[in-house]
Design a protein around this ligand. Structure first.
Ligand code: HEC
Ligand code: HEC
Length: 295
């Protein structure tokens, strides 16, 4: 806080406290002129109501004096009077730091265990799974959904089903989280609407979804172009993140028009890398949460 603001706040504090203190003391001393009948002489409602003068009750004086003492005491002990820090040297930042230190101390054993632990072992530890779930909500839910069921708008996969684009063993999952993933599917719009549609019917047929068999039969002939990445039977290739087209799990949705969009426009899903943003222990805890809740 600059000296100018500090002095200004001190001035306002002294002014406010000064005025209220003055009114308080003055109010206890000042005598209000009264008539013989003990009233001020002010009348309302044709004399039905007359204004009397009473001393304020004692508890009121004591309470008011108490608030002055507490208020001034507060300003002496705690920050509040301009840039003056207060005798106790308390600050909200300091309190936060102490709370964080206490938290870290509490978490240290769990983090130590997580740093070297296998996610599948951690998945059996309720405390580790709880912490992993918290980390998931903070870091992953925005894309994968609060329930981790995925988001077809951006191609974020369901993380709790048993279909995996890049592999579902611990090593593959940890690699996905640590270094991120980037899937690139080229667009085939140049084939034209009809051919893309036939291909989409064929893709639908792979998982037994509703499709037109005649169109699928025609589309199948063009699938050679796709087989290099998705495999001849469409079962995918985890090494390049080409998804299995023959299961019922979809990055971008399994409706015919969604499949057509995937084929004609291509897709480019991006999973950010978490190494550096989460430490190894935290990465393993999130993976443990996925394993504990998934299939
Ligand atoms: C910015 C959005 C975004 C965020 C945030 C995000 N992800 Fe992803 N994630 C994706 C996308 C998109 C993919 C699919 C990438 C692809 O298709 O190549 C993905 C893929 C994955 C995969 C691979 C799944 C598979 O089937 O192989 C895992 C595992 C994963 N994410 C876990 C996480 C975890 C854990 C977090 C939080 C620490 C996280 N993600 C945060 C968007 C995100
Ligand atoms: C160069 C490799 C490559 C080729 C060739 C390719 N794909 Fe893909 N395809 C991918 C990748 C990688 C993804 C995942 C994209 C992502 O993660 O965003 C994908 C995604 C898709 C999807 C979306 C799947 C889902 O789960 O939503 C469909 C549908 C698809 N491809 C169909 C095809 C068809 C049909 C062809 C042939 C015309 C084809 N692909 C050719 C690599 C390829």
């Amino acid at each position: 806080m600059s000296l100018h603001w500090s002095l200004w706040i001190m001035f306002l504090v002294v002014l406010n406290l000064g005025i209220t203190l003055f009114l308080f003391l003055w109010g206890t001393r000042v005598s209000i002129p009264t008539r013989e009948d003990g009233t001020t002489g002010h009348v309302w409602a044709h004399g039905t109501l007359r204004e009397g003068v009473r001393q304020l009750p004692r508890w009121w004086y004591l309470m008011s004096a108490g608030t002055f003492i507490v208020g001034i005491g507060y300003l002496v002990l705690y920050p509040g009077f301009g840039a003056y820090d207060g005798l106790l040297d308390w600050s909200s930042r300091g309190q936060l730091e102490r709370a964080e230190e206490r938290n870290q101390a509490l978490l240290a054993p769990l983090l130590e265990k997580a740093r070297n632990g296998a996610p599948s072992d951690l998945a059996a530890d309720a405390e580790a799974v709880r912490l992993g779930g918290r980390l998931f909500q903070d870091n992953c839910a925005a894309c994968h959904g609060r329930d981790a069921r995925g988001n077809t708008t951006i191609g974020a996969p369901d993380l709790l089903d048993d279909a995996w684009v890049y592999g579902g063993d611990e090593k593959a999952i940890l690699a996905s989280i640590r270094t991120g993933r980037e899937g690139v599917m080229p667009g085939w719009e140049f084939l034209g609407y009809g051919r893309v549609k036939n291909l989409a019917h064929y893709v639908s047929s792979l998982s037994g979804a509703p499709h037109r068999p005649t169109a699928a039969e025609v589309g199948k002939k063009r699938f050679d172009a796709c087989a290099g990445c998705h495999g001849p039977d469409g079962s995918g290739n985890p090494a390049i993140g080409a998804p299995d087209l023959s299961d019922d799990a979809w990055l971008y949705g399994g409706e015919l028009d969604q499949i057509m969009t995937s084929i004609s426009q291509g897709r480019h899903g991006q999973m950010p890398a978490w190494k550096g943003r989460l430490d190894e222990a935290e990465i393993r805890l999130v993976a443990a949460w996925m394993l504990a809740n998934g299939k």
